[in-house]
Ligand binder design. Structure first.
Ligand SMILES: Cc1cc2nc3c(=O)[nH]c(=O)nc-3n(C[C@H](O)[C@H](O)[C@H](O)COP(=O)(O)OP(=O)(O)OC[C@H]3O[C@@H](n4cnc5c(N)ncnc54)[C@H](O)[C@@H]3O)c2cc1C
Length: 810
């Protein structure tokens, strides 16, 4: 026995286990040193001739010196690392720096830390509508939705009706985000999003029309950066809808790379000696551009005659240009994939604007890029998620109803497993999207401006809107293709492509922005290291870098140890919120994957360094992992905020399982494509020490999801809450809802007739069968009437449109 204790077979695993345990638990550093010293001392006593113990003592001594003799540590380690850093870390351009500095870090920072504090997320107050916002939704928004005929808007008029335009302007829809002192409604982000969502569930084109002045339109920029005179002049006019704004950044040569815009403004004086800017620009895809009365224009400002100061190239600047200014040309439209909101090019040739048209005045000249980056959050985190979720809610509502009333092979198509698969994805994705949308709104309303999260929700929600529309259209079959008032989805089919493209195309957002910026912005130490490395004061640089890098080192070791140990132990020992117990496993697995993500982030940054920017596909997989961590954690928060509704447990379960599975797939693809096989194998061993543990949601779970929306249920209502449901039976959404309701109510009667037909009690078919059933006393006349009413509604609900005025021959 003593011999066994002396052998390395005993003490080596014990030493490793204690070391890993200390690294994972991260007690006070000195305590760790004491524990390891006692352990090594004990093993030395047992096995004093073992050379490996001597080697470990040497390592221990080196580590002790590194941590407790700062001057030696700097000399041997951190100063060298600093030089290495300066040589190899990616260069950050001025525009990238401004993008990095915009906004704040919130839950994204927790996920990047590897040890998210769940209680903090759950404690964030759920977003709420004020009484005023609710009244606006129930009054003017409900009325506006009633005025909208999306088929006519998109396929016939290509515009809203004049009455609708008037209503939108007069009822203050353009001033939702403008403070009351300027005549606006001062809505919260939640209020704004709820209005956009409800309108969007009726008509995307109308929602875009309302959305643009409230998000990208220069109202918010004016509020934040405008001079008092600019605010006093423009904000009341914008709130009253007297001025229609647009914001023009994109041009033929400046799309994704918007910072490279070639439009130039030159500081000069006009004939009367007024100091101003002579501006030339060519813009395209500008929403509201064709009818805007005031254009927010981004351009590069030059001051060759030094009329403003020393600098010649002042940089990107934003100015307000009234559309009537000589030299401005507007009025033509792009046809954006059959959506009918106003969008078109803008041109400016030698347009002279006085200096006070620069947003924020001359002090803000050249600071436009930062202003733009800071205002991106609105479109990305509020408007596009509202549009995408509206699409999902509508798709879920009408598709679940249609699947119940559409019959093929003598059965409602909802009974076929293939259709249930699409229905389950619809329900699960809608829950995930609503959770991410509302959790992000909670953060915004609490004053956070999370730039990386806004990129995550933009890219993931617009991407999922593609999936939900495809699923919904698949289930509708030909009924989804035949355009007309009877098709509730046809005009929504174009939306996802637009959502994916605007505010930073998803390919760019996924491959370049999310992880590229997130790793620097949200990492607890990297930005500090980069800032220290770029400090010209060498003494301060070395001191700050040393402090950051030492913390970084123990952070990386800790995450590695935790990821590995949690992988070995099934993560059962992770302390997480425990209510309800059914979700404990999800919290634990997400914490484990967050630790793995944080560790792999560090390894990638260390091994790929500047290459990280160019290896977009690796970066995209990391973006997918952080995205899924966010989507799942938002679903858990959503479940909690909605009062832990037991019926929704299957939905949150589906979202978390789906996310964990996707995380696993992304890690797997990342490891397969790493340039170094050795590195890939060792990372795989840390992240998945016992193999890949996650499975995609099972068929059984998906069947339960489909079943939950295939009956009138609280779950179905919660999933589709906030969308517009018309009251008029002529409207397809209402008709489908009623037909669905009646189909469910009469199901038992239909089963009865079916059984009677099977045993030949009933001989007749179709409507005659109902008559025969009454005659034979199988059902009452009242039940027969209910069956007939349900069948009539069903027949009505599956009808599609045809048009006499469409050309039928050449
Ligand atoms: C309906 C609509 C409304 C719009 N409204 C406005 C508006 O009001 N104001 C305004 O200023 N602009 C507006 N835009 C413009 C919009 O912001 C741009 O379309 C968008 O930024 C993409 O630019 P692009 O279309 O020129 O695509 P491109 O820049 O040509 O990109 C083409 C493809 O290349 C990819 N790509 C480019 N660079 C990279 C890279 N480094 N890594 C990976 N992939 C890359 C992109 O992701 C994309 O998939 C609108 C566009 C549309 C379609």
């Amino acid at each position: 026995m003593f011999h066994l204790l002396q052998s390395g077979f005993f003490w080596w695993p014990v030493f490793l286990a204690v070391f890993l345990g200390l690294a994972a638990a991260r007690p006070a550093r000195f305590a760790s040193f004491v524990v390891l010293a006692v352990l090594l001392g004990f093993f030395s006593g047992l096995s004093h001739k073992d050379g490996l113990i001597g080697f470990l003592w040497m390592l221990y001594g080196a580590a002790f010196v590194v941590f407790y003799v700062p001057w030696l540590r700097r000399l041997l380690i951190s100063n060298r690392l600093l030089s290495f850093y300066r040589r190899s870390m990616p260069e950050i351009s001025a525009t990238e720096r401004e993008a990095l500095e915009a906004g704040t870090v919130w839950w994204d920072g927790e996920l990047f830390s590897g040890n998210p504090r769940w209680q903090q997320l759950l404690d964030l107050p759920a977003p709420k509508l004020s009484a005023e916002e609710q009244a606006f939704l129930d009054g003017p928004v409900e009325a506006l939705c009633g005025m909208l005929d999306d088929h006519r808007i998109c396929n016939v008029d290509k515009d809203l009706t004049p009455e609708t335009w008037r209503f939108i302007k007069e009822r203050g829809f353009f001033g939702m985000m403008i403070p009351k002192q300027y005549g606006g409604m001062a809505f919260s982000n939640m209020g704004h999003a709820a209005v956009i969502l409800k309108i969007a569930s009726r008509s995307i084109s109308a929602a875009l029309t309302v959305m643009i002045p409230n998000s990208v339109g220069p109202g918010k920029l004016l509020l934040k950066y405008g001079t008092q005179a600019q605010k006093d002049h423009w904000l009341p006019r914008l709130a009253r809808g007297e001025e229609i704004p647009c914001f023009a950044l994109t041009g033929p040569e400046a799309g994704s790379d918007a910072g490279a815009l070639p439009d130039v403004g030159v500081v000069c004086k006009d004939g009367q000696g007024t100091l101003g800017i002579r501006l030339n620009f060519e813009k395209r895809y500008i929403s509201m551009g064709p009818i805007a009365t005031v254009l927010g224009v981004a351009f590069k400002l030059e001051d060759p005659e030094h009329l403003l100061g020393e600098k010649t190239h002042l940089g990107i600047t934003l100015a307000l240009v009234p559309a009537k200014t000589p030299g401005v040309r507007t009025g033509t439209r792009h046809d954006q994939l059959h959506m009918a909101f106003m969008n078109g090019p803008l041109y400016g040739k030698d347009v002279f604007i006085p200096m006070d048209m620069v947003i924020g005045g001359v002090e803000q000249a050249g600071k436009g890029w930062r202003m733009l980056m800071e205002s991106l959050t609105d479109g990305r985190a509020i408007s596009l998620p509202a549009l995408s979720t509206a699409t999902a809610k509508l798709a879920t509502r009408v598709t679940s109803a249609y699947a119940r009333v559409r019959r093929q092979f003598k059965l409602p198509i909802s009974q076929f497993e293939g259709v249930r698969e699409s229905l389950a994805r619809l329900a699960g994705n809608t829950y995930a999207m609503d959770g991410a949308r509302l959790t992000t709104l909670a953060a915004l309303d609490a004053g956070h401006k999370p730039a990386v999260i806004s990129a995550i929700v933009k890219y993931n929600l617009t991407d999922r809107s593609r999936q939900v529309i495809n699923d919904a259209m698949d289930v509708h079959g030909g009924a989804a293709l035949s355009l007309g008032p009877r098709n509730p989805l046809g005009t929504f089919h174009s939306y996802p492509q637009m959502g994916v493209t605007v505010e930073g195309h998803n390919i760019l957002t996924r491959n370049l922005i999310t992880f590229g910026q997130g790793a620097i912005r949200c990492h607890p130490y990297l930005l500090k290291e980069l800032q220290a490395a770029s400090n010209r004061d060498q003494k301060a640089a070395r001191r700050d870098f040393d402090a950051a890098v030492m913390q970084h080192l123990s952070f990386t070791i800790n995450n590695k140890a935790r990821a590995f140990l949690h992988g070995l132990t099934g993560s059962h020992f992770i302390a997480v919120p425990t209510a309800p117990m059914a979700l404990k496993w999800h919290y634990q697995q997400l914490t484990r994957m967050s630790a793995a993500f944080a560790f792999v982030t560090d390894v990638l940054l260390l091994t790929l360094r500047g290459e990280v920017k160019r290896r977009e596909r690796l970066s995209a997989r990391m973006a997918d992992i952080i995205s899924q961590l966010y989507m799942a954690s938002a679903a858990l928060k959503h479940y909690y905020d909605q009062g832990n509704q037991p019926g929704d447990l299957i939905l949150v379960d589906w979202v978390c399982r789906d996310s964990l599975y996707r995380i696993q797939q992304s890690f797997d693809a990342l490891f397969r494509n790493l340039p170094s096989r050795w590195l890939a194998a060792s990372l795989r061993c840390v992240v998945f020490p016992l193999g890949r543990p996650y499975r995609a949601p099972s068929d059984a779970l998906e069947n339960q999801l489909a079943a939950a929306i295939l009956r009138p249920s609280a779950e179905r209502d919660r999933l589709t809450a906030g969308m517009y449901i018309p009251g008029d039976m002529q409207e397809k959404v209402k008709l489908l809802d009623e037909a669905f309701q009646k189909a469910v109510e009469t199901r038992g009667l239909r089963e009865k007739l079916k059984a009677a037909a099977r045993d030949k009690t009933l001989q007749a078919k179709g409507d005659a069968q109902i008559t025969e059933a009454v005659q034979k006393g199988l059902i009452t006349p009242g039940e027969a009437a209910a069956l007939r009413a349900a069948e009539n509604l069903r027949r009505e609900a599956i009808k599609v449109d045809d048009f006499a005025d469409l050309k039928t021959h050449s």
